[in-house]
Ligand binder design. Structure first.
Ligand code: SF4
Length: 334
């Protein structure tokens, strides 16, 4: 069902010179995507709800909205997506073993215009009933949709499960340099807004995850890209100390995403995805800080074919980085 928001999203997508289309033929009762990964907490389910697309829509290299829809999806359909996860996807054993669930809708889970609060609370209820060992629930969102009342409700609900569950809010930060982040990448995130969020989360002792991209814009050298991540780590470390807040950096090497200006830059030679060696060097900048790092090596099939950051011969490095993700052992990087 198209609504006023559909038109806003469409206009912002066009104004940002993005040429991808949305998934209008997807069954709205099925999630957009899901996969399993391993973190220091143990087995993780990453779930992407199929909902109306991110209404910000502007970020330079992002085509995540192409996996969802312009149309509004009501709470009944989203609840069916949850039923699919708990009734058809997860085995009894997986339900017992899962330690962490990351909830996404390729936009903002806390934007109730795109993902209904009823549907979110239903997911949490099913999680509490079926997965007794969840240690962390992570919710992806832009910071402007985080409000204390909603946080409080969610937090109370997740603590009613058999294992006390921590809440982690995950936001896109993308680049530390203000000019790269807001002028080039068009993230629309100020440090003031970020620190307000950090302060709010610290009041409840919630966790904070920040997504950063290695080499997010054209024209950056590998060294400049690594330096930006290192500066981001130093900044996060200071915020973690100031607010006594547990902060994770989720570092994604940038790929040329189909239908974005970054793909055009790739084709005209001004953007080359970073190497995994640079990912390793960027991770190493966190040694001795309070910041934990998870390097994401999944391009979610959104890259221009053959134009991802993974190249022939990278298998050994992938192993090292995946081991690091599980252990946070910096000696692996030497
Ligand atoms: S990066 Fe996030 S906020 Fe930006 S357009 Fe993509 S989904 Fe929206």
């Amino acid at each position: 069902m198209e609504n006023k928001l559909s038109k806003i999203i469409q206009k912002r997508t066009e104004d940002s010179q993005k040429t991808y289309s949305f998934k209008e033929d997807h069954n709205p009762r099925m999630p957009a995507d899901y996969w399993f990964q391993t973190s220091t907490e143990g087995p993780v389910l990453f779930l992407v709800f199929f909902t109306q697309a991110c209404r910000w829509a502007k970020c330079l290299g992002c085509n995540l909205p192409s996996k969802v829809t312009l149309s509004h999806i009501g709470f009944r359909d989203i609840m069916k997506q949850t039923n699919f996860i708990f009734m058809n996807l997860l085995s009894d054993r997986q339900k017992m073993n899962l330690r962490k669930i990351i909830l996404s809708n390729n936009g903002s889970v806390l934007d109730e215009e795109t993902l209904s609060t009823t549907a979110l609370l239903y997911f949490i209820a099913r999680m509490n009933m079926d997965c007794p060992n969840i240690k962390v629930l992570t919710i992806e969102t832009r910071p402007e949709y985080v409000d204390p009342a909603e946080l409080e409700t969610i937090y109370r609900a997740i603590r009613e499960g058999e294992t006390p569950t921590d809440l982690e809010i995950a936001i896109g930060f993308e680049a530390f340099d203000e000019k790269i982040r807001n002028e080039h990448f068009k993230k629309g995130l100020t440090l003031e807004v970020f620190e307000k969020l950090a302060e709010m989360l610290s009041r409840y002792k919630y966790r904070l995850k920040t997504y950063f991209m290695l080499k997010p814009v054209p024209g950056l050298s590998e060294d400049d890209a690594i330096a930006d991540i290192a500066a981001g780590i130093r900044y996060l470390d200071s915020i973690s100390a100031k607010y006594n807040l547990d902060i994770n950096m989720h570092l994604n090497p940038t790929y040329a995403a189909i239908g974005t200006p970054l793909a055009d830059a790739f084709h005209n030679g001004t953007f080359v995805p970073p190497t995994l060696q640079s990912v390793k060097k960027a991770i190493a900048a966190a040694e001795g800080t309070r910041i934990s790092i998870f390097a994401g090596l999944n391009d979610e099939d959104l890259a221009v074919p053959g134009r991802s950051f993974i190249r022939p011969g990278d298998e050994g490095l992938i192993d090292v980085i995946e081991q690091f993700n599980r252990t946070q052992d910096f000696t692996l990087l030497q």
